[in-house]
Design a protein around this ligand. Structure first.
Ligand code: ZN
Ligand code: ZN
Length: 253
């Protein structure tokens, strides 16, 4: 499985793209900055977009991707998530006010976009991969995902504070090759991290006790304004298996 880090951050600047990953060229996980990081041809190859939750730093580029690839793909693009997530996107984003309802364009029968709801805890197939969504601990309904092929499994945390079910499932996988986990704020902002349900390096260190041993830990969703502080806090953990991701990183499992 190939994972391209298109957007590693939980905020936006000319040097920081919002959360987006591309798996095997066709499956996106979150859509904070798909159109800023993929060429038009690459955008047209994206068939499915898994969404962790409805916050803008994870969905901001969805409307523009749908518009860019409109008429250039065979069949609709799928936006995938549990009902709690897809219903928010349908009601608040593709609602004919903020952006057209592309599930009815050009027609209801041949739409540019379809929403596919998946059940939490039930494996599903997506473009040659399999996936599983599990609820995590954030301020809106949010899901982490395990994704796997014949050889390897990876896990993405979504935005979350301390959480349990996702890491319990990760511990059950003997094919787990990488953990992608959010780490948003430096330790000096612990209070803000707690109320907004995010991790700091200190709470990450506690979460890591729940992670399966020896699996590499890749950090994402850093907030750009406090990045230098966060880097220093992560370095102070002295955890050799932890790496801070950046836009453009490519990993293969
Ligand atoms: Zn976020
Ligand atoms: Zn969020």
């Amino acid at each position: 499985m190939k994972v391209r880090v298109l957007g590693a951050y939980g905020g936006s600047s000319p040097w920081h793209r919002q959360t987006s990953f591309l798996l095997d060229g066709t499956v996106a996980l979150d859509a904070g900055a798909l159109t800023q990081s993929l060429t038009l041809d690459e955008q047209a190859r994206v068939r499915s977009i898994l969404v962790t939750h409805s916050h803008l730093d994870h969905v901001a580029s969805l409307p523009f991707l749908v518009e860019n690839v409109f008429g250039r793909t065979e069949g609709p693009i799928e936006i995938i998530g549990p009902q709690d997530v897809t219903s928010l996107l349908q009601g608040h984003l593709f609602n004919d006010a903020i952006w057209p309802d592309f599930t009815r364009i050009p027609t209801h029968f041949l739409p540019a976009v379809t929403f596919r709801t998946v059940e939490e805890g039930t494996p599903f197939r997506v473009n040659g991969l399999q996936g599983l969504a599990l609820s995590v601990s954030h301020v809106v309904p949010t899901f982490g995902y395990l994704l796997w092929d014949d050889r390897s499994c990876v896990v993405f945390s979504g935005d979350t504070g301390p959480t349990e079910a996702l890491w319990a499932e990760a511990r059950r996988r003997d094919d787990l090759k990488a953990i992608f986990v959010e780490c948003s704020f430096p330790d000096s902002m612990a209070e803000i991290a707690e109320v907004s349900r995010h991790l700091t390096p200190a709470t990450l260190a506690l979460e890591m006790r729940k992670f399966p041993a020896g699996v590499p830990v890749n950090l994402y969703h850093m907030k750009p304004p406090t990045l230098p502080q966060l880097r220093a806090d992560v370095a102070a953990l002295s955890e050799p298996r932890v790496r801070i991701l950046d836009d453009g990183d490519e990993l293969e499992f």
